[in-house]
Design a protein around this ligand. Structure first.
Ligand SMILES: [Zn+2]
Ligand SMILES: [Zn+2]
Length: 174
């Protein structure tokens, strides 16, 4: 099998200091042999990903792609892998998770001879991130009254919540 290993390059725009990495697919080569896949593997460093601040990569992101040209389209099978750092949505603990995502996509192509898939990889990465990350499926979260981490044991706060309407009535009798 033909594997093309592409090295990323970085362009530094002196004005904005924006870094761009590239994931170029050789459309011309794919068109020469429709139906025959080309394989790509990219490794993207943390700084090159330009992620939103709340997302932290603990390892480089690896992107593996198998691409076929057929009937005016690129058929793409891909896999992303990285170790990422997330904050648990229940207890707020920072934890590491092995992120892995497989995807398939189709892109119509015209006369262009190459295509940079950075935008696609970025979009797949972001949409695959968990909306409500959990350090553990059984995470008990924080006490709503005192903020204690309930995974460490009970904090002793009463577990029943007072209905605010009764609280108002209680005030009247003081
Ligand atoms: Zn948690
Ligand atoms: Zn408590």
């Amino acid at each position: 099998m033909l594997t093309m290993r592409i090295f990323l390059y970085i362009i530094n725009f002196s004005a904005s200091e924006v870094r761009i990495f590239s994931m170029k697919i050789d459309i011309a080569a794919l068109k020469k042999e429709p139906g025959r896949p080309l394989f790509y593997e990219f490794t993207v460093n943390v700084s090159e990903m330009e992620l939103d601040e709340e997302i932290k990569l603990l390892s480089p992101l690896t992107v593996q792609l198998a691409v076929i040209y057929q009937d005016g389209k690129l058929l793409i099978n891909g896999k992303l892998n990285a170790e990422i750092e997330l904050a648990c949505s229940r207890c707020l603990k920072i934890y590491a998770e092995d992120f892995s995502e497989k995807f398939e996509d189709e892109i119509a192509v015209g006369e262009e001879t190459e295509l940079n898939l950075v935008w696609l990889v970025r979009e797949i990465f972001y949409t695959a991130l968990p909306l409500k990350p959990l350090c553990n499926a059984a995470c008990r979260g924080l006490c709503e009254t005192c903020g204690a981490d309930l995974n460490q044991g009970s904090c002793g706060c009463p577990t029943e919540k007072t209905d605010p309407r009764w609280a108002v009535l209680g005030q009247l009798l003081k």
